[in-house]
Design a protein around this ligand. Structure first.
Ligand code: ATP
Ligand code: MG
Length: 359
């Protein structure tokens, strides 16, 4: 009997440190699922290049990579149970991605809201969207399928990408024989935490690293409070769906307290500042231990680099194995070995001129 735990893949772009949206969107499930799953956690630097490929942006990657790994460790991702790896350190994934592109209709990619949102956050007009950004979900499919991941915890913006990976896996398995596990997306109770209003319209969009509307896990208590206080108060009676109350839902752990806070607000008993106070208090309870753990890991020099190098070596092995299976299934390995085989009989003769020249 196969005692292997089912595999899971999830991760982040190293475009900045992690924020509260990550915490409730995927980080908490990553920590929980470490018991039941073999976790592959990608630091998706190639995906960062889809919107940030300038030299100065690439020069910032080492800091961002370190930040993302520290943030993961600070919330409880355990490197002895989870493989944390650098995407660009696994070149077999690019090979798999190219082959999967052949199975992906452009029409499945061009209308995706997630890609349009990323282009807007990166200040890219329609004419500037690079092919790599359009193909973002195909590269993500290659990440998921190379690891044979069965489960993919993501935020709402990434759910359609996992559905595409599912479709590509099924298409591939039908066409060439079963190679891939068919992945399943899973979203948390807060699949899309809104941003804060530190930028115009910040609270109307999802919190994003690239949108200037994030509360970072590493923010000081003062910064957290300042940012929460930018969240507007809805009209009494209209708390449902308002960003301030979405924060309350995400971070107040006691359902009865949440219900009474909302009821009080909606009947005009308390103002929005009181709700903000309660959210800030709840957040501090969650963030204090995270900040402490972050400081401990940060003090251990080069620990993050060690973790990511070890993880990347593991991921490389898995990716090369999968690439071999993909090439076999598609007949590409046969094509190459057929050509090599055909040259065997004359191999010695073909070498001779080379030896003669040398002597
Ligand atoms: P960027 O602005 O660079 O795209 P991001 O904040 O969107 O950064 P990603 O690295 O793209 O973060 O996303 C990592 C994971 O976190 C994805 O699964 C994504 O769906 C999830 N996620 C991101 N933002 C949120 C959010 N506001 N609420 C819930 N989940 C989120
Ligand atoms: Mg994103």
């Amino acid at each position: 009997m196969d005692a292997r735990k089912p595999r899971l893949l999830t991760g982040d772009r190293p475009t900045g440190p992690l924020h509260l949206g990550h915490l409730v969107g995927t980080l908490q499930s990553r920590v929980k699922l470490q018991d039941s799953h073999e976790c592959f956690i990608i630091v998706a630097d190639l995906h960062s290049l889809t919107t940030r490929s300038r030299r100065d942006e690439i020069a910032r990657l080492p800091n961002h990579v370190r930040d993302v790994v520290l943030d993961m460790l600070s919330v409880g991702v355990d490197p002895s149970r989870s493989t944390i790896y650098l995407q660009s350190g696994v070149p077999a994934v690019y090979d798999i991605a190219i082959l999967l592109q052949m199975l992906t209709p452009v029409a499945r990619l061009s209308g995706l809201q997630s890609i349009q949102d990323m282009a807007v956050n990166a200040g890219l007009g329609d004419a500037d969207v690079p092919l790599g950004l359009l193909g973002y979900p195909v590269l993500q499919a290659a990440d998921i399928l190379m690891a044979n991941a069965e489960l993919v915890p993501v935020g709402a913006d990434n759910e359609t990408h996992v559905t595409l990976a599912r479709d590509i896996a099924e298409h591939f398995n039908d066409a060439y024989g079963k190679v891939f596990a068919v992945p399943q997306p899973t979203v948390s109770a807060t699949p899309s935490l809104p941003g804060v209003n530190t930028v115009a319209g910040g609270a109307e969009r999802k919190m994003s690293k690239s949108a200037g509307n994030a509360i970072w896990l590493k923010d000081s208590p003062e910064e957290v409070a300042r940012k929460v206080r930018t969240l507007p108060g809805p009209a009494p009676g209209e708390s449902t769906g308002a960003p301030l109350f979405l924060f309350a839902e995400a971070f107040l752990r006691d359902a009865d307290e949440l219900a009474s806070l909302r009821a009080e607000y909606d009947r005009g008993g308390i103002g929005f500042a009181a709700v903000q106070d309660r959210v800030i208090e709840a957040l501090e309870k969650i963030l204090v231990p995270i900040r402490e753990r972050r400081a401990e890991f940060a003090a251990d020099k080069h620990r993050t680099e060690e973790i990511i190098v070890d993880g990347t070596i593991t991921a490389r092995k898995v990716a090369y194995e999968t690439l071999g299976k993909v090439r076999d299934a598609m007949g590409l390995e046969n094509l190459w070995s057929g050509l090599v085989h055909a040259t065997q009989s004359r191999a010695e003769e073909r070498k001779k001129p080379f030896y003669h020249q040398k002597s």
